[in-house]
Design a protein around this ligand. Structure first.
Ligand code: SF4
Length: 650
């Protein structure tokens, strides 16, 4: 069988210690791919309705993609999926590094855990031989210490995914770390691992990953690489802020080609956006109440892309990535080294909290990475509590003496440590802003910027309404890695997929989405990203456009299938519907995911890049649901649509 996938998964029952392989029929891959799709099928069918996310019935899966290790590029992404304690519904998170191929080289398209171990354990797999080992000596260690200890024991070729103290303490905003502090951060799945007393998964395999047409794979990858390597000299770091300001001032916007983003991503990593996004109105400031007027170029200067990469001592690539946006940076203080902070981290702990102390950003990045806590949710929760403090909803008595004022980086760092340790007010905040607001009461919910419990990422929907829509309709709410108007332009799906619109080259800024086809675009982004996540590719690769990234062609060459791009988009629709059905099965109301009024510009901002802008979300949500064959009033998939897609209602 040369089809790019391994054809089996590993099931581990942590309650009984039983470990068993399971063969997955070809038909399942044809209908759902691997990665996101395989996870959706298995978890929808196997997690009982109403299961406690932290209980024995929840199932946690670690999965590579169908294309991982097949000779295609950008396949270093692995994903983890399970029922989320944060949203109470479908949870998934995605991370790069070297872990994805390790799962496949052990012979599996996924490793799934259910039950609860009576004591801390880790799973060790070497070439298809799996065992649970005692992890009592690792419990309490941070993610970097844990990985170092496990590598000493298992050999440097092993790959490790583990939790830090945040996951052990069941924080709903905890993630799972690989490569010493890179996190699959969202959905709170670190807490699921913590509840299962599963400290780590350690993999060491050397199995071959067979493909149907290796020559074609090589040819496609060579052509793709030509685009990735295209790297003209580009503007300096400080110029990025000027480009952002220009984009703000222009009355019209130009449909963007993702090659521009690829070029700056390759040069700086996601730090390329640090200043540009603030200047153009893409970054929410001061817990979504401020703008570039409050946090201008002087305040963001220290996070300029050039300033960030001046500290970079090592540049790194994920597995099979010809681009390489990651890096290791040096810093002063408690820790002296950290992964290059991502744009999301810099803004969540920076502009969102009005913090311009760059050293504190680097330190908090490392503190949170080691703890295994999501930097987006942590930053958003800190911004939430600062606003509560400013409004008198909480006082210095509640904070244990911390002066929680905008930009007080010393207090912020202390607060983050308290959240990780669940100490004092940190215990109240350790599950994100929505849960904190419910615990505080006194209308604190007005300060919590979340969707369905998930703190919102650092992309302002008043600048691009597509973000508001995807934050509100995705089965994993509050997600920024699926679609937006900008993403639709960059994916360039109309070049391969029949029946979807090509955007105009120029359009007026205040007509961000053409009402006639806004939902079509958003639905196309959702379907496509399920294919990307089923294949196991990095989202950034998709930005160069499907005429340069041969994802559909790679899938056919790896598997021997002969599917059209439209066939793959239908697979994407099937996965999306199944994830939505998972939420319905577990009693969630899709409408409740809608983002807060502030995020929609109700009241609009009175100054700055997004002055006067608001988003009419309700018609967009209705159109989106209707296009998927879901009830347009409730977002519940209709029986006939499920049937058409071959999904059995549970
Ligand atoms: S673009 Fe960056 S995040 Fe994506 S696979 Fe390459 S190195 Fe990893």
């Amino acid at each position: 069988m040369n089809r790019g996938y391994m054809g089996k998964i590993l099931n581990v029952n942590l309650g009984t210690g039983a470990i068993a392989e399971e063969v997955i029929p070809d038909e399942l891959y044809e209908n759902y791919l691997a990665g996101m799709g395989l996870a959706a099928f298995l978890l929808y069918n196997r997690i009982p309705a109403g299961a406690d996310p932290l209980g024995p019935d929840n199932i946690l899966g670690f999965l590579p993609g169908l294309l991982t290790g097949t000779g295609s590029f950008f396949t270093g992404r692995w994903m983890v999926a399970g029922k989320s304690p944060l949203t109470g519904g479908w949870g998934d998170a995605n991370c790069g590094g070297q872990f994805a191929p390790a799962i496949k080289r052990c012979g599996y398209d996924g490793i799934f855990f259910k039950g609860i171990s009576p004591k801390p354990v880790y799973l060790f797999v070497r070439n298809g031989k799996a065992e649970l080992r005692d992890a009592s000596g690792l419990w309490g260690k941070d993610a970097v210490e844990t990985e170092n200890m496990l590598l000493r024991e298992s050999g440097k070729n092993a790959r490790v995914a583990c939790i830090g103290p945040a996951g052990e303490k069941l924080s709903f905003i905890s993630g799972i770390s690989t490569d010493r502090g890179r996190l699959a951060a969202r959905s709170g799945l670190g807490a699921v691992m913590g509840a299962k007393k599963l400290k780590a998964v350690v993999l060491s395999g050397a199995k071959r990953i067979p493909v149907s047409n290796p020559q074609e794979m090589k040819k496609l990858s060579k052509a793709c690489n030509k685009w990735v390597q295209f790297q003209p000299p580009f503007v300096s770091g400080p110029m990025t802020a000027k480009v952002g300001a220009l984009l703000r001032i222009m009355p019209t916007q130009m449909a963007q080609d993702g090659m521009l983003f690829k070029i700056i991503l390759r040069k700086w990593g996601t730090a390329c956006m640090n200043q540009m996004s603030i200047e153009m109105g893409d970054s929410p400031i001061k817990n979504w109440t401020g703008s570039n007027k409050d946090f201008g170029v002087e305040k963001s200067r220290a996070t300029n892309p050039d300033a960030i990469i001046e500290r970079e001592t090592i540049k790194y690539h994920c597995y099979s990535c010809p681009l390489g946006c990651g890096g290791i940076c040096t810093m002063k203080g408690e820790y002296t080294e950290t992964h290059k902070p991502e744009y999301e981290t810099v803004l969540a702990l920076g502009g969102l909290c009005m913090n311009d102390d760059v050293e504190s950003l680097f330190q908090m990045n490392e503190i949170l990475n080691r703890a295994g806590m999501d930097t987006i949710s942590a930053g958003s929760t800190v911004a939430f509590v600062i606003e509560c403090y400013e409004k008198g909803i909480i006082t210095k008595e509640d904070t244990g003496g911390l002066e929680l004022k905008w930009g007080n980086s010393v207090a912020m760092k202390e607060l983050v440590k308290k959240m990780i340790a669940r100490e004092g007010i940190g215990d109240l905040l350790a599950d994100g802003s929505k849960f904190a607001a419910e615990r505080i009461g006194r209308n604190a919910i007005q300060c919590a910027m979340h969707a369905g419990g998930q703190d919102l990422p650092m992309h302002d929907s008043r600048n691009d309404p597509g973000y508001a829509l995807h934050y509100s309709v995705e089965p994993t709410p509050g997600r920024h890695t699926i679609g937006a108007q900008l993403y639709y332009e960059m994916y360039q799906l109309w070049r391969r997929v029949k029946g979807i619109p090509k955007p105009k080259l120029f359009y007026h800024k205040n007509v961000k989405y053409d009402p006639a086809d806004k939902a079509t675009r958003a639905a196309a982004c959702s379907k496509f990203m399920n294919v990307v996540n089923g294949a196991g590719l990095c989202m950034f690769s998709a930005f160069i456009g499907v005429h340069r990234l041969p994802i559909f062609e790679w899938l056919n060459a790896a598997t021997g299938w002969n599917k059209t791009p439209n066939d793959y988009m239908e697979t994407g629709a099937r996965i999306q519907t199944l994830r939505q059905a998972f939420n319905i099965k577990h009693g969630l109301t899709p409408k409740s995911f809608v983002v807060p009024d502030r995020v929609l510009g109700r009241e609009p901002l009175v100054e700055g890049a997004n002055k006067g802008r608001s988003v009419a979300i309700e018609p967009m949500m209705r159109d989106y649901w209707r296009l998927f064959g879901w009830d347009e009033g409730t977002g519940v998939p209709k029986a006939e649509s499920m049937q058409q897609l071959g999904i059995e209602a549970k």
